[in-house]
Design a protein around this ligand. Structure first.
Ligand code: ZN
Ligand code: ZN
Length: 268
């Protein structure tokens, strides 16, 4: 089984990362992972008032150093998790333009003018509805306008609405919007990721959920990457095998890896 992890954070460039890149690489090798893509956070609206640090070459030089140490045992890719690109398109373009990049996840962690969904309160189901509606429309705009390869963790607010606030919000009332989102992804030559982090959290599900992975496939979606969203070495590769089973059950025969922003397809 060819295992990859295409969503990981280290303590070197992600403010919430807890393990060094060396620790991530060693964990990947120990778990039989063939490709590790480091996707450090790069939110255009900064992090605690500090700008993203990934707009010079030091990150890419560090990844080259990792290749020097581990390159014979592990393929190491240069990635970014580009947060809220449409909220500052000039910065997003700058971060995404580095020719040494292999892969970019476009993520929406906060609606324009709001804090990260992580920090919001969800008193009841009714209060969630307008947030979810805007969540899908802002993602649609991102897919149309911004430069990235796959849309990150679709359903992210539900990790907190269902997983933390315990509100059984039924996202199926937004099926039309979700279909539109999947169609624009296909039109734009972009894909989605299957983010397995929710499996090891109270939420208990992947993002997107298996039924939405199937819907994406039915909408013509072919590009799909697999990522643990690890912020610590012990989580590297977590849920990837389960993720491959979800892909297969949804009708996928391949998952996607990237080289210099070009998708390649690997048989499941
Ligand atoms: Zn994220
Ligand atoms: Zn992440």
């Amino acid at each position: 089984m060819y295992l990859v992890d295409y969503h990981t954070h280290s303590s070197y460039f992600s403010p919430d990362g807890r393990s060094t890149m060396e620790e991530l690489c060693e964990a990947a090798i120990a778990r039989g992972i063939s490709e590790l893509c480091v996707t450090e956070h790069c939110d255009v609206n900064g992090w605690d008032g500090k700008p993203c640090e990934l707009d010079d070459d030091s990150y890419y030089d560090m990844l080259d150093r990792m290749r020097g140490i581990y390159g014979e045992r592990l393929i190491i890719l240069s990635g970014l998790e580009l947060g809220q690109p449409t909220q500052n398109m000039d910065l997003a373009r700058r971060y995404a333009s580095n020719p040494r990049l292999d892969f970019i996840i476009g993520s929406l962690h906060n609606l324009e003018g709001f804090e990260d969904f992580y920090f919001l309160e969800y008193p009841d189901e009714e209060s969630c509805r307008p947030l979810i509606s805007r969540y899908f429309s802002e993602q649609y705009e991102m897919v149309e306008k911004a430069d990235f390869d796959v849309l990150g963790h679709i359903g992210y607010p539900l990790r907190y609405i269902q997983g933390r606030a315990g509100i059984s919000f039924d996202v199926s009332e937004f099926t039309e919007e979700i279909i539109e989102l999947f169609r624009v992804l296909v039109r734009e030559g972009k894909g989605i990721e299957l983010n397995t982090s929710g499996l090891r959290q109270p939420y208990g599900k992947t993002m997107p959920t298996p039924d939405l992975v199937k819907l994406y496939r039915e909408c013509g979606g072919e590009i799909i990457t697999l990522g643990s969203d690890s912020h610590i070495a012990r989580d590297i590769g977590a849920g990837i095998k389960e993720g491959m089973e979800i892909l297969e059950a949804a009708g996928f025969t391949h998952f996607t890896v990237y080289r210099r922003r070009e998708p390649q397809f690997v048989k499941i």
